[in-house]
Design a protein around this ligand. Structure first.
Ligand code: AFP
Length: 331
């Protein structure tokens, strides 16, 4: 089985980017170890602080954030980082060629129940004309990403990675200490009969999503003509991993439960990197109204509605958004 460096070299990836990715993965291996120690390492439970998103920080959120921040800034190739757990961007080397955004621990509420969590990261090119402390340098569309990935801390620790030449899956070999290539090309099937959505928000969704899910629930007897199954891990990283492995549609749509916060997932830390991985695996990703990777961000902590996964299913859901009264099913 092949290690990461030769695979990336074969793809013609910039050596500085390869060494940056390896540094991020070294931090993730450390996070994987702390996660596996659980209560023994005293890392479970919450801190007394909140992050900029107004969410209570878990101890592991803080540990993972500090680990990643420190090693990424030490590489010397990074001009600045932006983390879900930091209020502001953190400047690095003024001459660095890359910007890194990350969610250090996605699904952190799962830590207390020993369930799936992960680290999501995205790498953007740095603009040589902007100052390292200028947050506007991060406001690039997802289509500008040069690499994106996640490390899933599950029964085995897995990496999904893209540099724009397909999405590959790697598994951490704890005996050797590195990630080994275990799926040359993740391929999301075009068709699916599985959806992932938090159904408890149903009454707060917009009409197109209500209509789309209502039609899925009608099963064989309804307009979709087949029975659908449902899954919900409450960690996007786990739900997207399932989609990469066997297809499906994952959605966190806009809802009016808290009108001051209609969208939940973060564009730069979650939606963009996951959209890049999903599109590179043959899937699709949209807000319902726009391809996610085409959104020009206006704020580093911006949130968006997310619908991603099997192409036909995402396109069908988008069609409901185009015409909320007459559902259109693409073939
Ligand atoms: P945390 O990282 O704050 O735990 O949030 C995880 C998440 O943003 C995303 O990974 C899940 O899909 C979603 O929240 C789960 O949300 P619900 O609480 O609605 O299940």
């Amino acid at each position: 089985m092949r290690r990461i460096s030769p695979v990336l070299q074969q793809d013609g990836v910039d050596p500085d980017l390869i060494s940056l990715l390896k540094t991020i993965l070294a931090a993730c291996r450390e996070i994987a170890f702390r996660v596996s120690q659980g209560e023994l390492a005293g890392v479970l439970g919450s801190t007394l602080s909140e992050n900029v998103q107004g969410e209570t920080q878990k101890k592991l959120d803080v540990i993972a954030n500090e680990l990643l921040k420190e090693v990424i800034l030490e590489t010397g190739v990074v001009k600045a980082i932006s983390s879900e757990e930091e209020d502001d961007i953190v400047p690095g080397n003024p001459h660095g060629r890359y910007l890194v955004t990350f969610d250090p621990l996605d699904g952190s509420s799962n830590t207390d129940i020993n369930s799936l969590i992960g680290t999501i990261f995205s790498i953007l090119p740095a603009d040589p004309h902007k100052d390292a402390s200028d947050a506007s340098q991060f406001l690039q569309p997802g289509s500008a990403q040069v690499a994106a990935g996640y490390v899933l801390y599950g029964p085995s620790t897995m990496l999904a990675l893209t540099t724009g030449k397909g999405t590959r899956l790697y598994t951490l070999d704890k005996t050797y200490g590195g990630f080994l290539l275990t799926a040359e090309q993740a391929t999301i099937p075009k068709y699916t009969a599985e959806f992932a959505i938090n159904m408890s928000n149903q009454r707060f969704w917009e009409a197109p999503m209500k209509n789309y899910i209502a039609d899925l629930l009608k099963g064989k007897e309804g307009i979709r003509g087949k029975n659908y199954n449902m899954r919900w891990i409450a960690a996007m990283v786990g739900d997207v991993h399932r989609v990469l492995c066997r297809g499906g549609i994952f959605a966190y749509p806009r809802d009016l439960k808290d009108p001051s916060k209609p969208d939940k997932l973060r564009l730069m830390y979650e939606a963009n990197p996951m959209s890049f991985l999903v599109e590179q695996a043959g899937g699709a990703s949209s807000t319902g109204y726009q391809r996610i990777m085409e959104i020009i961000p206006t704020d580093i902590h911006q949130r968006v509605a997310v619908i991603l996964g099997s192409k036909h299913e995402v396109e069908t859901c988008v069609n409901y958004h185009r015409n909320s009264t007459a559902p259109v099913i693409s073939d």
